[in-house]
Ligand binder design. Structure first.
Ligand code: N01
Length: 542
């Protein structure tokens, strides 16, 4: 029902549209819906055969959201919110995928999405004040505006291990899990990568594999989700007034209920009270572990208190002391990398069929025909799974082949980190909008809410341009410079900005920049709305 191949509409003449949306994930679906509401001509191009974005591609076993489902869904429509019943506190990938199909269908967005259409080139033509866009099937589009709804974590980081081509078994990436499924029952499985994807997949695969070998480079902090059926009363409380809830969440740091709480600095508590608060949070489960104390993301002592609590849990759960110690994250505090939210992750290492290989101490040398060779010897496997993460933030932007009138790519000037105005536009690239791009709170907050906010801002901006009879809008270099400075300033006191991870940009000149805007959604809105109220200050129109 949902598959409309782009080739079926391809033709010689470019297809004209006012707005061209790239990507039919969470952002793309909502962007199409908002354009339709405002009467803007819109086409959405999606490389995959279905909507869903990351929730289509990341079909690995155990994949589920790490923010509670009644938060991690669209809030713009009380009717849609009311009519979709989540079955679990943390919905699994198949349910999230069905939900996004449902919203695309219910809003009518689906009729404006062309599937199997990967954008390979987008060139700004100043004479026409239009973007000329081409897909991999050769179909061309001319659009006044391009909206990059391509996601920050959508371009997989491909495995590049020596000897991969010699492997005789099956190679799989969590970020592009085969639609037909994978049968690992009774097989020897190896998995490389223990980030959010790895910690979710490992417990599920371990249950049926003959043997699971986990190759861990950096131990990551993870906490139990304490998943279960959706708590109907909590869900109902939101249904009763969805728009008030939306406003409340937009007025918070992250738009995540587990993080909206009055907390005091760790120094306000006695050691016993600190441990009791941490234990309560462990039993509650989920991302709330990031917000037990007000100072845990800025004060190294508070951060270490929470970190050591989680390490003590790992040591309690994992029976073999050497394995437990290898699983204990060290050298960086909890929260500076994305916190894993799991079901039975640490307990999985008590199973007889699970082996942990510390590839920092025992590095991977190459992939062999039979498995993975580390310095200490060969680990034979039948299936090798890579959970290596993403070319975050810039990967999807680079892959779309965007060029301005000078032939520059958006990231050409990003050698010391992304340069954007509000994570929405890039100087030198008129009429090109990014949805929740680098320099917005993006991955630090609930992306459902973030995308709604970003897209509402963009659509309002297009309406404003139309009302004043302008054809183009572009960020000025000065405003972009000022925003880059603001982003750096807000990150400067955060521990996360000091530790290399996928949220930090490492420049070849040794520079390091924290990519998201770190002061949260509420503070971001002050800037984004201040800009609008000042007549789109920092933007130039023509
Ligand atoms: O990727 P990651 P992810 N040799 O980059 C390892 C979101 N997400 O897909 O840390 C050996 O976190 C790497 O090791 P190291 C969420 O925002 C959300 O798991 O670089 N190992 C690391 O262990 C998340 O943060 C959900 O030393 C290598 C792993 O691969 C983000 O996506 C679920 C290696 C990559 O971890 C990314 O998560 C899933 C090598 N050469 C993802 N190269 C939910 O909502 C890399 N690694 C629950």
């Amino acid at each position: 029902k949902f598959v409309v191949s782009e080739t079926s509409i391809g033709g010689g003449e470019p297809i004209q549209t006012e707005v061209l949306v790239i990507g039919a994930g969470i952002g793309g679906i909502y962007a199409v819906h908002r354009c339709l509401e405002e009467g803007l001509g819109v086409v959405c191009l999606e490389a995959a055969s279905h909507v869903g974005g990351v929730w289509h591609h990341n079909r690995y076993p155990g994949a589920r959201v790490d923010i509670e489902s009644f938060d991690y869904c669209f809030h713009f429509s009380p009717e849609i919110y009311r009519d979709w019943q989540w079955s679990e506190r943390y919905a699994a990938q198949p349910e999230l995928f069905r939900y996004l199909e449902y919203v695309a269908d219910r809003t009518g967005a689906i009729d404006h999405i062309r599937f199997n259409a990967r954008v390979v080139a987008a060139n700004w033509k100043p004479a026409d004040a239009e973007w000329h866009v081409r897909t991999d099937t050769g179909t061309s589009y001319r659009a006044r505006f391009v909206l990059m709804a391509t996601g920050n974590l959508s371009a997989p980081r491909p495995p590049a291990f020596e000897g991969m081509e010699s492997f005789r078994g099956q190679i799989i990436e969590t970020s592009s899990w085969p639609g037909a499924g994978v049968d690992w029952r009774g097989k020897r499985v190896g998995i490389i990568g223990t980030g959010s994807s790895g910690v979710q997949a490992i417990p599920v695969i371990a249950k049926d594999a003959a043997k699971l070998t986990v190759f861990q480079r950096t131990a990551n902090y993870s906490v139990p989700a304490q998943n279960g059926p959706m708590q109907a009363d909590r869900h109902q409380a939101v249904i009763d007034d969805v728009l008030a809830e939306r406003a409340r969440m937009m007025d918070s740091y992250a738009g995540i209920n587990a993080l909206i709480r009055e907390v005091r600095p760790s120094t306000d508590y006695s050691p016993e009270e600190q441990q009791a608060a941490l234990e309560r949070q462990w039993q509650e489960g989920g991302q709330g572990m990031m917000a037990v104390f007000a100072d845990q993301q800025t004060n190294p002592v508070a951060a270490e208190l929470v970190s050591e609590f989680v390490r003590s849990k790992i040591r309690q759960i994992v029976r073999d002391p050497i394995t437990a110690e290898t699983l204990c994250p060290k050298g960086f505090p909890i929260g500076v990398r994305r916190l894993g939210v799991d079901t039975d992750y640490y307990d999985t290492f008590n199973r007889d069929n699970v082996e942990l290989v510390d590839v920092k101490a025992d590095p991977i040398v190459r992939i062999t025909p039979n498995g993975v060779e580390t310095a200490s010897g060969e680990h034979p496997v039948d299936i090798l799974i890579f959970a290596l993460g993403f070319d975050a933030f810039t990967g999807a932007i680079d892959r779309a082949g965007i060029r301005n009138e000078k032939g520059e790519a958006p990231t050409d000037r990003w050698r010391r980190g992304p340069r954007t105005l509000l994570g929405l536009m890039i100087a030198g690239f008129p009429n090109l909008f990014m949805v929740s791009g680098p320099g917005s709170p993006s991955v630090l907050v609930n992306l459902m809410l973030m995308n709604e906010y970003s897209i509402d801002w963009i659509v309002d901006c297009i309406k404003w341009l139309d009302a004043k009879g302008a054809r183009t809008i572009e960020a000025t270099v000065e405003a972009e410079d000022a925003w880059v400075e603001e982003v750096a300033k807000t990150a400067s006191h955060r521990l996360a900005a000091r530790i290399p991870n996928w949220m930090t940009h490492q420049g070849e000149d040794g520079s390091r920049a924290f990519i998201p805007y770190a002061a949260g959604l509420k503070a971001y809105r002050v800037h984004a709305e201040g800009c609008v109220n000042a007549g789109y200050a920092g933007f130039r129109t023509s």
